[in-house]
Write a protein that binds this ligand. Sequence first.
Ligand SMILES: [Fe+2]
Length: 387
Amino acid sequence: MQSFEFPTKITHGPGVLAGLAEELRALGVKRPLLVTDKGLVAAGVVNEVTGQLRRAGLDYVLFADVVPNPPIALVDGGTAVYRESDCDGLIGLGGGSPMDAAKAIGVTAVQGGSIRQYEWADPNPVTKRIPPMIAIPTTAGTGSEVTLWSVITDPERKIKYNVGGTPLIGAHVALIDPLLTLALPGHITAGTGMDALAHAIECYTMAYAQPFTDAVALLAMEYVGQYLRIAYAQGQNQEARYKMSMAAALGGMAYGVASAGAAHAMSQTAGGVRDVPHGAITARLLGPVMEYNYMGEPQRFARIAQALGEDIRGLSIWEAAERAVTAVYRLTADVGIPTLQELGFHEDDIPLLAELAANDPQTIGNPRDINYQGYVQVYQRTFDLGK
Ligand SMILES: [Fe+2]
């Protein structure tokens, strides 16, 4: 039995940020906690949002302490601010980290305790709806504005773990305004865009794929294939930015209600070992993971090649499936994704990284059986490609 349930109203298009106060009112929120990071304060984006709230006569409390790969203590600290300030709703403004932090603060705000207690398990410890939340992405990649997950770092265990997997944690509204992404630097456009592609590809090929996630995943791949290079080459191109924002949300809808696969099992666990950007590390691993996986689901990989714009007419199914792999390698190179070595990893790390990945729950749905040895093989290949 499978199901597809989705709790988020998606409002999208250039300028939709102007509707923020109205959305808060519709949700009955009078004093939101604005969860964001210092980079967005410095860039003036937070001012844009708070100015709007002030003009609408809405009170708010600013929590701009989010760091990349938000750790447990950060979330628990945010929840303390939420409580002490008598907030009644949340705004998650930023890339994946602030939006995930806002969702996690929502979980502990209604259920109490530390976010450490809410790692996904069966039965799921998340049992109550988070307070009304609006997610405003400022990158195009994570899809966190529409996913049912929050990824939290546990510095003690050196891992990132997932909270959620239930509509109870989904944002109530996603305000997706591509104008917020126009000024993103190229390397962030590249990493986050490839992350969106990874969500789509991993969900489309995993064991728990279903027609509803397949449909959105395929369009996400098409948009990335058509527009990521353009957004990277021409940051101010509004159409490319809008399509990449949609690709991120579509990828998030696929990933958000199911799970991912080996690339995310690897990138999330590696991200717990070394504080690297999630998009860049996922992007670097995606090609080698696909190279390992394609023989498990050749038809689906052939379809991915098509979605990415490859001409597969006259090819055998195996040749077409391989085209998906080479297309992703080409895209990875074109948008300048750093190597594992450039991200600070060493070949000596392989045994530890492979073991952590093998223990990650996302391994289960991977389209080709994979264990510790398989992860060693994929990591070795990824390092070799960086030489
Ligand atoms: Fe991701």
